[in-house]
Design a protein around this ligand. Structure first.
Ligand SMILES: Cc1ncc(COP(=O)(O)O)c(C=O)c1O
Length: 489
C-alpha cells in the first residue's frame, strides 16, 4: 500500500522525482564537463579535513541538501578515470548507460546469491556472454560476477586449491592445510599481479609455496623455467598444484604463452588458471587474437568488466570450466536458505553454492547494459582501437631521440621513459622521469604513473577510454617532451 508520507528513509514519489532530477543534473554535468576539467587535482587540505571529520548527524537532514553536498563537495574531486587523458593503472570511465542500469539494479535491490528474481537468471546470460567474448567454453562451466579482479582470482584459486588437495586424496574443506600433507605449490611468472600473491596468502598456501618464476625479456612467462621449478618441487616432495598464466600483465600487457602453459599443466596434472583481469578481452582484437591461443583450455579465468568493458566499479568475473568442482569448493547451504529454494528444475542452482560471499549486488544489469549497447562488434572495435593507439604511441616514442619504449607493446599499455640524448646515468634518468611524472600530474592535463620494468623506472600509459584518439597520443608525447626538456635543463 502506498503511504502518503513515508517515514525516512522513504520518499514520496514527487519528492523522489525532484531529487532524482537534481542528482541526474549532477551526473550529467559531470559526464559532460569532465573533459574540460583537469584530469586530477589534489584535494585542498581543508576539504580533506572537512571530509574526514564529518560528524554523525543526530537528527535527519534535508535530502536536497544531502545531494547538494555530494554534488558540490565530493563529485568535483574524482580520481580522474572518467577523463580521456587519464592513463594510470587499468581504469576505464563508467559507461553512462551502465550508471543508469546500476541505479535500476539498486532500486530492485535483490541479492544475487539466490532467490527467485529476474536478475539471477539474467546473470546466467551475462556470464555466458563474457565467456563467449573471450572464446571460453560454456558447457558445464560456471560464471560469477564478483567485486573485482582480486576477488575473481581468489575465488578461482580457491577452486584450484580444493581440486589439487582432492587429487592428492584429502579434503581441504575438512582438514584445511593442517592435515600434515605436503605443501601445495602454485606457479606464475614474476609479472603476475600482486593480487595473486595476496590470494595465495589468504588461501593459506603461503608465499614460500608460490613460485614467481622470472619472466623472459619479453615479459612473458618462461615455460621451461616453470617446468624446472615443478620438477624441483616434486623431487623435494612438495605437491605442485596450479599453473597461473597472464592474459595481459598489469605492467606491460604481456600475454603468456597460454597454450604451452596449458600443455605443461595438462602433462603435470595441474590446475591451469589464467588472470585475464586486464587483458582477456583483448582477444577480440584480430591483431593480437592469436596470442591468446590456449586461453580456452584454462580450468579457470579471472576477468574484470570494470576494466576494459567500461562497466562501473565494482565488477569482476570468474569463469570455472568445471562447475561441479566449484560447487564442491564453496557450497554450504544452511537450512534457512535451503528452505527458500524454489522446487523448479529450470531454476539454476543458487549462486551461493559457487561463491564465498552470500549477499551480493546485482551486477548483471550494468554488464548487460554495456554489452547490449556496444554489441560484440562495438567492444571489439574499441579494444582494437586502444591497441592500435598503444602501437601508435610506441612508434612515436621510438621515432624520437629523447624517449625510449621500455617493453614490447602487446595490448593497450606502453612503458617508456624520457632520456635526453647521450645521457646514460641510470640514477639521473630515473630521477628525471619521476619528476616529469610529478610535473605532468601537477599540471593536470594528463594523469599518468610509473612502474618498474626489469627493475628500471618506466612511465606507464594504459589506454582505456572509449574516446581516446591519435590526438591524445600526440598530446601525451608533447607534454612529456615539454617537461623532460624543462626539467633536464
Ligand atoms: C592483471 C590484473 N590482475 C588483477 C588485477 C586486480 O583487479 P582489481 O583491481 O579489480 O581487484 C589487476 C588490476 O589492475 C590486473 O591488472
Amino acid at each position: 500500500m502506498r503511504r502518503a508520507r513515508p517515514a525516512a528513509p522513504g520518499l514520496d514519489r514527487a519528492t523522489f522525482e525532484a531529487l532524482g532530477a537534481r542528482a541526474l543534473d549532477f551526473i550529467a554535468d559531470h559526464l559532460d564537463q569532465i573533459d574540460a576539467r583537469p584530469v586530477n587535482r589534489p584535494l585542498p587540505r581543508d576539504l580533506r579535513q572537512q571530509l574526514l571529520e564529518q560528524a554523525l548527524p543526530e537528527a535527519g537532514e534535508d535530502p536536497a541538501a544531502i545531494l547538494d553536498f555530494l554534488g558540490t563537495t565530493v563529485m568535483p574531486w574524482p580520481m580522474g578515470n572518467g577523463h580521456p587523458r587519464f592513463y594510470a593503472w587499468v581504469n576505464s570511465p563508467p559507461a553512462p548507460l551502465a550508471i543508469l542500469a546500476d541505479a535500476m539494479a539498486m532500486t530492485v535491490n535483490p541479492s544475487s546469491d539466490g532467490a527467485e528474481h529476474a536478475g539471477r537468471f539474467l546473470l546466467k546470460s551475462v556470464t555466458r556472454w563474457l565467456a563467449e567474448l573471450i572464446g571460453y567454453p560454456t558447457e558445464g562451466a560456471m560464471g560469477l560476477l564478483v567485486g573485482g579482479g582480486t576477488m575473481a582470482n581468489l575465488t578461482a584459486l580457491g577452486v584450484a586449491r580444493y581440486a589439487a588437495a582432492q587429487r592428492a586424496g584429502w579434503d581441504v574443506r575438512a582438514k584445511g592445510l593442517q592435515g600434515g600433507a605436503p605443501p601445495l605449490v602454485f606457479y606464475a611468472s614474476d609479472e603476475a599481479h600482486s593480487c595473486i600473491r595476496k590470494s595465495i596468502e589468504m588461501l593459506g598456501i603461503g608465499t614460500d609455496n608460490l613460485r614467481l618464476v622470472p619472466a623472459g625479456d619479453d615479459y612473458r612467462a618462461s615455460v621451461p623455467a616453470i617446468a624446472r621449478a615443478i620438477a624441483e618441487d616434486r623431487a623435494a616432495g612438495r605437491l605442485p598444484a596450479c599453473v597461473i598464466g597472464n592474459a595481459g600483465t598489469v605492467n606491460t600487457g604481456a600475454i603468456d604463452p597460454l597454450d604451452a602453459l596449458a600443455d605443461l599443466a595438462a602433462a603435470e596434472g595441474l590446475w591451469f588458471h589464467v588472470d585475464g583481469a586486464y587483458g582477456a578481452f583483448g582477444r577480440l582484437d584480430p591483431s593480437v587474437a592469436a596470442l591468446y591461443a590456449g586461453l580456452e583450455r584454462a580450468d579457470s579465468v579471472a576477468l574484470d568488466p570494470h576494466k576494459w568493458l567500461h562497466v562501473p566499479i565494482e565488477c569482476g568475473a570468474v569463469l570455472v570450466r568445471d562447475a561441479e568442482m566449484q560447487r564442491a569448493t564453496y557450497s554450504l547451504v544452511p537450512p534457512y536458505l535451503d528452505a527458500a529454494k524454489a522446487p523448479d528444475p529450470d531454476n539454476p542452482r543458487w549462486t551461493i553454492e559457487y561463491a564465498f560471499t552470500l549477499t551480493s549486488q546485482m551486477r548483471a544489469l550494468k554488464v548487460f547494459a554495456v554489452l547490449r549497447h556496444m554489441g560484440r562488434r562495438g567492444v571489439a572495435a574499441m579494444i582494437a582501437s586502444h591497441n592500435a593507439l598503444a602501437r601508435d604511441l610506441a612508434q612515436r616514442i621510438g621515432a624520437r631521440n629523447d624517449m625510449e619504449v621500455m617493453a614490447p607493446v602487446t595490448i593497450s599499455a606502453v612503458g617508456f621513459r624520457y632520456r635526453p640524448p647521450g645521457v646514460t646515468d641510470e640514477a639521473a634518468i630515473e630521477a628525471l622521469n619521476a619528476r616529469i611524472v610529478q610535473a605532468l600530474n601537477d599540471e593536470g592535463e594528463v594523469f599518468i604513473l610509473t612502474t618498474r620494468l626489469k627493475g628500471r623506472l618506466a612511465i606507464r600509459a594504459c589506454i582505456m577510454h572509449h574516446d581516446n584518439d591519435a590526438n591524445d597520443m600526440a598530446h601525451l608525447i608533447a607534454r612529456v617532451a615539454h617537461w623532460g626538456r624543462t626539467l633536464a635543463d
